[in-house]
Design a protein around this ligand. Structure first.
Ligand SMILES: NC(=O)c1ccc[n+]([C@@H]2O[C@H](COP(=O)([O-])OP(=O)(O)OC[C@H]3O[C@@H](n4cnc5c(N)ncnc54)[C@H](OP(=O)(O)O)[C@@H]3O)[C@@H](O)[C@H]2O)c1
Length: 254
């Protein structure tokens, strides 16, 4: 993916990584449209960032995805990058159904079905563009499990394998598949995460991501240095130690 000259839709960018990345990509010469459920936040973003577009979307709702895709593509027929950023992360207790079932279903719907439905809504348009990118968003937890968030870990592992598989299907087409693999980053994803010592400052993370895109336009995965501990445990042969360290250093998993 080139670092500039794109038209980019980021559903899941009213806060956190999505919003910070949207702002940075806008300063790098891209047209950016941010999406999310919170209409009042979208209005605030539009007012504070002239040049950044906004689109209300609930990625758990197929009708909302269809309507948002229609509206965004009508306004931006040159759209060539979709970043499936929207995600939720919840603690679960799998010892009783009431401790996990609702959360598990909501997490699968947002983190896995959401990106699948978004890609379905945009794939034909993206294939018609000369140079397009689908950026998926997995996690370091796709590669090493955090005890308290089983369904989150599972959905992110699924996003990793979906990205690998789509890349094979789309090989030779104009659409590249790029997987963003964040480590723990200071956002509001989970309670306490914004101030966690174990999480990476948001600005540092986004700066490193943008630098990687700029210097490695043909990469298939965006891996900041901090994620490699989790990402390559199995390959290095220290997976058991990685899992133990991950789950001992912070019981809430940040
Ligand atoms: N922060 C980390 O440590 C970390 C690590 C690895 C991966 N990630 C991934 O990075 C992505 C962004 O997370 P974040 O850390 O930036 O957390 P965040 O600040 O909570 O951002 C989550 C975003 O997703 C949106 N969203 C959630 N459900 C949605 C829905 N049903 N429809 C539309 N938008 C929805 C939220 O917007 P609305 O509430 O306005 O809808 C918000 O903009 C997630 O996929 C997360 O799993 C984060």
């Amino acid at each position: 993916m080139d670092i500039s000259g794109n038209t980019i839709f980021i559903p899941g960018a009213t806060s956190g990584i999505g919003l910070a990345l949207a702002r940075e990509l806008a300063t790098r010469g891209n047209t950016v449209i941010v999406g999310g459920r919170r209409a009042e936040i979208l209005d605030e973003i539009a007012a504070a960032n002239p040049g950044i577009g906004t689109q209300r979307i609930d990625t758990t709702d197929p009708a909302s995805i269809t309507e948002a895709a229609r509206t965004v593509l009508e306004a931006h027929p040159d759209l060539n990058v979709l970043i499936t950023m929207a995600g939720i992360m919840r603690s679960e207790d799998w010892t009783t159904p009431s401790g996990f079932l609702d959360t598990a279903e909501a997490t699968v719907t947002t983190n896995l079905l959401g990106p699948i439905r978004l890609i379905a809504a945009f794939i034909e348009h993206l294939r018609s563009m000369p140079d397009a990118t689908i950026m998926t968003v997995s996690s370091g937890l796709a590669f090493a499990p955090l005890r308290v968030t089983p369904t989150y870990n599972a959905t992110k592992a699924a996003i990793h394998m979906l990205s690998e598989s789509l890349r094979l299907q789309l090989a030779g087409s104009s659409v590249s598949v790029l997987e963003l693999e964040p480590p723990s980053v200071r956002t509001g994803l989970m309670p306490g995460q914004e101030t966690s010592d174990f999480a990476m400052p948001l600005e540092d993370f986004v700066a490193e991501v943008v630098d990687l895109i700029a210097t490695q336009p043909d990469a298939t995965e965006i891996q900041v240095e901090n994620v490699k501990f989790l990402r390559y445990g199995e390959a290095r042969g220290d997976y058991d130690q990685v899992v133990a360290t991950l789950n001992s250093r912070d019981p809430h998993g940040r």
